[in-house]
Every structure is written in C-alpha cells, then in structure tokens.
Write a protein that binds this ligand. Structure first.
Ligand SMILES: Nc1ncnc2c1ncn2[C@@H]1O[C@H](COP(=O)(O)OP(=O)(O)OP(=O)(O)O)[C@@H](O)[C@H]1O
Length: 598
C-alpha cells in the first residue's frame, strides 16, 4: 500500500464518520420532532426541527456519496493491481507449471476468484468502516437516550455474532468448492472447444457432455449449499431482530405507562434500533463475504506461492557488449521438478548442487539430461538428434533459462547464463519452439514482436518475411500483412505459420538460434520450404537444430546424439554413419532417408 493509498483511506474514513454522525443527529432530531410537534399537535413546532433534519440528511448524503465513491475507486484500483500482480507472476512461471495446471482453472483464478475478492474489497472496506462507526454512534445515542434500555438490547447483540460464526466455516467450504468447480467447468469447456475435431471425428460428443455435466453437478451442489446457508443465516437474523424490537416495544410501553419515558423518546429509541440492525447485520455478513473471498484469495495465493524456476542474478552489472554466441554445456545434468510441483532446490537455485550424483531417486523425476558437455561456436550448425524422450527439447529449454541445470554449467561467451540478466540473455538466444506460436493480431504484429519493443519498420518486416519465404503468400492474402491471425487459426497452413515464426526470429537478429523440430508435422516439400529460409537465418550464428528429420544432417558441422539424457555420440554425418552406432540406426530407421528424397 502506498502513501497515497493511506491518505485516501484516511479521507474515506473521515467521510464515513461524518456521514454516520449526520445520520445519528437526524435520528435525535426525529425524537424532538415527535415530542414537540407530533405529541403536542403543533405545526409551528414542526418547521424548525424539520429544516434541521433535512439539512442534516442532505449533508450526510453528500459526504456519504463522496466517501463511497472514493472508496470504490480505491478498492477497484487495488483489485486491478492485484490482478496485474498475479498475472505478472504467472508470466514468469516455468513451463511445467502450465503443464500441471489446467488452463481453464488458471483463467478462473484470474477472473472469478479476483471478482470474489473484488466484492469483498469494494463492499467490504466501505461497509465495514461505515457499519462500525454507525454501530458505535447509534449505540452511543441509544445509551444517551436510555442507557438501561440500550444495554438491555445489547445483551442480545452477541447472538448475531454467534450466528455469523456458526455459519462462516460452512459457507467458506461451500464457496471454495464452488470456486474449484467454476475452474473445472471453464477447463472442460476450453479443452473441449480446443479439441473439437477429435470430439467430432471420434464421436465423443456424449463423453464431453458427460464431463461437463459432472463438473456442473459439483458446481450446482456447492452453489445451492452456499446459497441455502446464506439464506438460512439471513432468516435467522431477521427473527432475532424481531425478538429485539418486540422486547424494546414491550419495555417501552411499560416505561411510558410508568411515566418514565415520552413517546418521542421511545420512537427515537426504536428508530435507533431500526438503524442499528442493518450495520450490525452488515458486520455479520461481512464475515461471510470475507469468507467467500478468502476461498478466492487462497487460490490466488497458491499461484503466488509457485516460484519462478529462475530469477535475475542479484545486482547483475552491465551486460557485456557484443556477445559472439559461443555456447558451452559443461557436464550439465537436469531433471524436471517432481509431480507435486516440489522442485529440486538445485533447479531453483543454480550452483547449490554442484555434486552431480545423478543416480535414480524414487521420489524425484528422473534426470532428463546427465553430464552433457559440448561447445557450439558462431557460424556452426549443430544438429541435435536422438530417440523420442532423449532430452533434446530439454536442451532448448535450458539455453534461454526456462530452468537452471541441477549440476554443471551452461555458458554464453564464457559467462554463466545465471550471471546474465534474463532479458539480456533471452534477447541473445532466439528459440523457435516445437509448437508454432501465434499471437492474437495481424501478421505484421506477429512478425514485428520478434524485435524487442516492437521497433521494427514496415520495410524490415517485409525483408524478414521475404527472407523467410513468407512474403509471397502473405501478399496474396486479401488483407496482406494486415490479415488477422490467432492461435488455432485455420487461414494458414502449418508450414506458412512456421515461416511467419521464422520471419519473427529473423527480425530478432540474435547470435544464438535454437530451433526445435522446425519441420515437425510437415511433408518433404513443406519441410524444404521451411528449411531453405532457415539456412539464411543460420548464417553467421550459432545454430542448434533439434530434429528427427536428418536430411539436413550432411550439412551440419557437428551432430550430437542424445539417448536417455546422455550424449552418446558426436561427430559429422559420414563419421557417425561409419561408426554404426545410435546415429546410424536412427538414420537407417528411415527418417533420414525418407525425407532426404531430393
Ligand atoms: N515438464 C516436464 N516435466 C517432467 N518431465 C518432463 C517434462 N518435459 C519433459 N520431461 C521428461 O524429460 C525427458 C526428456 O524430454 P524431452 O522433451 O527433452 O525429450 P525429446 O528428446 O525432446 O523428445 P521428443 O523427440 O519426443 O520431442 C523425457 O523423459 C520427458 O518425459
């Protein structure tokens, strides 16, 4: 909370206090009016207190309006910042976090759960302060009028608190279940829409409906339970209020008959009670709103508790100029964080676990890389291949520092990656990931985002698209570079999207390039269309090409073969073929020969 926020809160409290005081004054005037004008039947005695009452009411209304408006503004701003903070945190979380959390549930946490908190903050802050002061003032005024009657009434007050307490835990459980079910429903809908082709092709419509209906059933049960509990609480409070009012009227009637109280006093007193109940009820209900919001807050806190796998080095000095792009893997071992999200400390804090010891450990994920060492120099094309699950993509995740190795070092121009500012490193290492990443926007924007800060000119964008062999098909589109594309867009083929991604990478102009299966899922012709511009992209850079498609292998300066996380072979194409090992087997298995058809 900033200094400015605190000032605003003080101002809001001041407004709320003044508004509550004005209301208290108005009720006291009501008693005077009843005794002087109503009981005596005097119209002339009416105008004075009536004008004062009206003045007080208008003043209270204006101050109350100002206070409430300011409070809503402060509260909404708080919620906006909260959402931005959680969203910002999510952006820095490692890839496995997103694989282990259903996307729909994360969406729900950032929307529905934030909304629950919003309700609490917006109504909570103003209402609590207002209810608190109103209770104090009204009770003070009631004490002033008749302290004995006021105390008699307040003996019953703890009953309200007791009732709220009784209900809070159960309502919280129901609220949490509802929030979880909300997340599950969003997930099912999102997954189902994303897989619509699979659903229709395999006639899975009914299974999908069943999945939704199961989650919707859980949501309905939780929602009905929550609402039933709230309603029960409301009704109970109403009955308790009636008991209080009846008790006061009974006591009042007795006091008036004994001549110890005027009718005006009794009316004022009853009015105070009428005014007193809503804030007391609000205070009780606030507990319930807070309870519901806590369920949302806990879910947000779960996200905030997830730690980024890597952080910027503390006090990193000025990054060096002119990175050439020498990449060194020095006895690198790595394993992904365990299934419960519990991370190898070494994964978070690089350099702690210097002893490799990559032996199997029953409660941790197996090592995805073990003792891998190699060096790649500028101008070199290094091809990384191996059977599925060998650890190839893992290498591509370590270079831009999505994770740090558990043991060993990765260096860029001799500097450990964890000693370089993250943003600086990622500007120097361009990753073309396995899945083609498309942003919601025009083709121009999709290419332009390759350049940090989006500073690319139209000419540069076109040149990059030309070099990526994408210009011709883009120009042929009715809207050309202004064509809107989005994730899952059907307008462009896989190969065309891949070439847009290559244009984006070209624009980045970084010394190190990591290409993860750039031709996956493409036929030989489309693959060639992608590879040709890639050669252009590779020129003069350090290029790590991860692929099963071995038809570029003869051009590679070196081929690294991974198997079971270990580097089992390294050398040129002809050398490795002659050796007759894993590489020769992979090449002979057909991938290389099939795709090498000229
Ligand atoms: N997020 C993850 N969490 C846990 N284990 C993972 C994760 N990603 C990959 N792995 C495991 O790490 C090992 C290496 O995976 P990697 O994706 O690097 O293999 P790959 O050689 O690229 O395979 P492919 O050729 O099939 O893409 C595999 O055993 C895989 O199951």
């Amino acid at each position: 909370m900033t200094e400015g926020d605190r000032l605003w809160l003080v101002l809001i409290c001041l407004c709320v206090v003044v508004a509550a005081l004005a209301e208290t004054g108005a009720v006291l005037l009501f008693g005077q009016l009843a005794d002087n004008a109503l009981q005596k039947g005097s119209v002339s005695a009416f105008w004075g207190p009536a004008a004062q009452w009206l003045g007080m009411a208008v003043f209270g209304a204006l101050v109350g309006y100002a206070g409430n408006s300011a409070a809503v503004w402060v509260a909404e701003r708080f919620v906006m910042r909260l959402r931005a903070r959680v969203f910002g945190h999510v952006q820095a979380l490692p890839p496995h976090f997103f694989q282990r959390h259903r996307q729909g549930d994360l969406v729900e946490r950032l929307t529905g759960d934030v909304e629950a908190i919003e309700q609490m903050v917006v109504s909570g802050v103003v209402q609590t302060v207002s209810a608190l002061f109103s209770t104090v003032f009204f009770f003070g005024a009631a004490l002033f009028l008749r302290w004995d009657l006021a105390l008699a009434t307040f003996v019953l007050a703890p009953l309200f608190w007791l009732a709220a307490r009784q209900f809070a835990t159960r309502i919280k459980t129901a609220a949490r279940q509802e929030r979880v079910a909300d997340g599950a429903i969003t997930s099912v809908v999102e997954e189902s829409l994303g897989n619509i082709v699979l659903t229709q092709a395999y006639n899975r419509q009914r299974d999908e409906e069943q999945r939704l209906s199961t989650e919707a059933g859980a949501w309905m049960r939780a929602s009905v339970r929550g609402n039933r509990l709230s309603e029960m609480y409301e009704q109970l409070v109403e009955v308790m209020e009636t008991v209080c009012v009846l008790a006061i009227i009974g006591l009042g009637a007795w006091e008036i008959s004994a001549g110890r109280m005027t009718l005006g006093q009794l009316l004022s007193f009853a009015a105070f009670l009428g005014y007193l109940f809503p804030p007391i009820r609000q205070l009780g209900q606030l507990g319930l709103v807070v309870t519901a919001a806590t369920a949302g807050a806990e879910r947000l806190l779960e996200i905030l508790a997830a730690k980024p796998a890597v952080t910027d080095p503390p006090g990193a000095g000025r990054p060096p100029h002119g990175i050439r792009g020498v990449v060194e893997f020095d006895r690198v071992s790595f394993r992904y964080p365990g299934p419960d999200g519990s991370s190898d400390e070494a994964v978070r804090a690089p350099g702690l676990d210097r002893a490799p010891g990559p032996g199997p450990s029953p409660d941790r994920a197996p090592y995805a890389l073990r003792d891998v060492s190699f060096t790649a120099r500028p101008g070199e094309l290094i091809l990384l291949t191996g059977p599925s699950g060998a650890g190839k993509s893992t290498v591509s995740k370590l270079l831009p520092r999505f994770y740090d190795p558990a043991a060993g070092d990765i260096r860029l121009d001799g500097i450990r990656l964890d000693a370089l500012p993250l943003e600086f490193l990622r500007e120097r290492v361009t990753l073309l990931p396995q899945e083609t990443l498309v942003l919601h926007g025009t083709i121009r924007e999709n290419i332009a985002c390759g350049r940090p800060g989006g500073t690319a000119t139209d000419d540069e964008i076109r040149r990059a698209a030309r070099d990526a062999a994408a210009h011709d098909f883009i120009a042929a589109l009715p809207d050309g570079y202004a064509t809107h594309i989005a994730p899952g867009t059907a307008q462009l083929s896989g190969g065309q999207l891949q070439r847009i991604a290559i244009a984006r990478a070209l624009l980045r102009d970084s010394p190190v390039l990591v290409l993860d299966e750039p031709t996956a899922g493409l036929d030989a012709v489309a693959a060639r269309q992608v590879i040709a511009p890639l050669r252009h992209l590779m020129h003069g850079r350090t290029t790590l090409l991860i692929t099963h498609d071995l038809h570029v292998a003869p051009d590679a300066d070196r081929i690294l073969v991974l198997d079971g996380g270990r580097l089992v072979e390294s050398g040129r194409h002809a050398e490795l073929l002659a050796r007759g090992g894993t590489y020769a087997r992979l090449y002979g298995d057909g991938a290389g020969r099939r795709l090498a058809v000229p």
